[in-house]
Design a protein around this ligand. Structure first.
Ligand SMILES: *[C@@H]1O[C@H](CO)[C@@H](O)[C@H](O)[C@H]1NC(C)=O
Ligand SMILES: *[C@@H]1O[C@H](CO)[C@@H](O)[C@H](O)[C@H]1NC(C)=O
Ligand SMILES: *[C@@H]1O[C@H](CO)[C@@H](O)[C@H](O)[C@H]1NC(C)=O
Ligand SMILES: *[C@@H]1O[C@H](CO)[C@@H](O)[C@H](O)[C@H]1NC(C)=O
Ligand SMILES: *[C@@H]1O[C@H](CO)[C@@H](O)[C@H](O)[C@H]1NC(C)=O
Ligand SMILES: *[C@@H]1O[C@H](CO)[C@@H](O)[C@H](O)[C@H]1NC(C)=O
Length: 365
């Protein structure tokens, strides 16, 4: 391609992406539902909200978490703020201040929440303190290349192991104040993970929030190089670089565990796909005893080809199983790995950075 054309295209693309990159370093997401009704300007509600947001930065910076309510019924505003567990009070205060400004200018709804990389702020006309609400959003690529799929063997099992451990630590050990980071070595790189809950919910709720989060996180992000999951009461994130400044748990993956579970899963696929074919073959009277391993697995592999054209027909499986002398076509890669790739593509095609799963509806007063 012509060099000038390429640089002209880059010139067009870069300014478009610049604001995205800059914004992602600070503001991650804002939840500002239009359907919950807007508050009236210069109303007692707005007045209370402003007072509440003003009180959040200094009060939150003391311990990194704070909640309060301001005003009398029916104009009460409830508010809550949380800083990431590894930031000091100066950074916490600035972040909460920024978040409060942003939520006040961007939102006019009576119920809203904002997530920054280092803190989050939430307010509502409804009492929500101590009530766990698992509402979730994903951000796949905070890091620049974190949406690259990773096809390393055991990758998602290692991640699941990491998050199971630090989630349990966060909800079981009160001294951690519901914030735990951990790192785990894969063959060539180290994966860094973080979990945190808001400290108004009981430990049990923190645990169930993180369990739900882990299930969703596995689906959305565990084949990627990094990911972030935001919800109202708990957050999760991992990257292939150290993105926090806390001391972290150093974990080692028990490798035997992964080997067996992976083997079991592969066998399941072959069994599920090919049992009907085998039954057919047996019913057809071509029951045979197999001596060679390859002979047995190859029809199985052929059955799980991604492209139907590569799969054998029922009759040819019967023939394959019954006749030792028929040469078998070499199986290509089984569909398992390929379909995982497709899933990621669909995920990022819908929206490259944000994948929204659920949004709870807040009814107007
Ligand atoms: C909310 O309403 C405003 C103004 O009517 C509109 O610009 C914005 O896109 C809406 N947001 C959503 C999430 O629907
Ligand atoms: C919260 O901050 C306000 C000032 O913004 C202060 O007057 C109030 O005493 C603080 N509350 C607590 C519990 O520290
Ligand atoms: C707080 O953390 C920031 C960034 O890590 C650092 O620049 C600043 O010096 C720290 N402030 C204090 C008082 O420790
Ligand atoms: C707060 O906002 C200012 C200006 O946008 C920015 O420079 C600063 O990094 C932000 N700080 C935090 C902690 O979000
Ligand atoms: C992107 O991926 C490369 C190769 O895996 C790695 O060296 C680099 O640190 C990554 N960059 C970011 C921002 O994660
Ligand atoms: C997490 O891993 C650490 C370090 O290996 C270990 O000490 C701790 O017991 C583990 N916690 C859980 C809940 O598995």
């Amino acid at each position: 391609m012509d060099k000038d054309v390429v640089s002209a295209k880059l010139f067009l693309i870069i300014p478009l992406f610049m604001p995205l990159i800059l914004a992602s370093a600070e503001l991650l997401d804002i939840f500002c539902p239009n359907d919950s009704g807007s508050y009236t300007l210069y109303s007692p509600f707005e007045n209370n909200l402003k007072q509440l947001l003003e009180s959040l930065p200094s009060n939150t910076s003391v311990t990194g978490f704070y909640h309060t309510s301001i005003g009398d019924n029916p104009y009460t505003v409830y508010g809550q703020a949380l800083c990431r567990g590894d930031v000091n009070s100066t950074v916490c205060q600035t972040c909460i201040w920024n978040a409060s400004q942003e939520i006040l200018t961007q939102c006019k709804s009576e119920d809203a929440m904002i997530w920054f990389e280092l803190c989050q702020v939430r307010y509502s006309y409804q009492m929500f303190i101590s009530l766990m609400d698992y509402t979730v959003k994903y951000l796949n690529n905070l890091g620049q290349n974190s949406s690259d799929p990773v096809l390393a063997v055991h990758y998602n099992e290692v991640l699941a192991y990491l998050f199971n451990n630090i989630s349990t630590e966060a909800s079981n050990d009160p001294s951690k104040r519901m914030f735990v980071t951990g790192e785990i070595k894969l063959s060539t790189e180290t994966i860094y993970g973080l979990v945190q809950c808001t400290r108004d919910i009981p430990e049990d709720d923190c645990n169930s929030c993180l369990l739900s989060a882990l299930r969703d996180f596995e689906t959305c992000c565990f084949s990627l190089r990094g990911g972030t999951l935001l919800s109202r009461n708990c957050n999760m994130r991992f990257e292939a670089y150290q993105f926090y400044s806390a001391s972290s748990l150093i974990l080692t993956y028990p490798s035997s565990e992964g080997y067996y579970s992976l083997k079991r899963r592969n066998r399941m696929v072959v069994v599920i796909t090919c049992v009907p074919l085998l039954v057919l073959a047996v019913l057809g009277g071509s029951c045979a005893v197999y001596h060679r391993r390859k002979k047995r697995t190859q029809p199985g592999l052929l059955c799980v080809q991604e492209d139907p054209a590569d799969r054998p027909t029922m009759t040819s499986v019967a023939v394959l199983l019954g006749n030792e002398s028929v040469p078998l076509p070499e199986p290509k890669h089984p569909a398992l790995a390929i379909s995982r790739l497709i899933q990621i593509d669909q995920l990022s095609a819908a929206n490259p950075s944000v994948n929204e799963l659920t949004l709870s509806n807040v009814s107007p007063r």
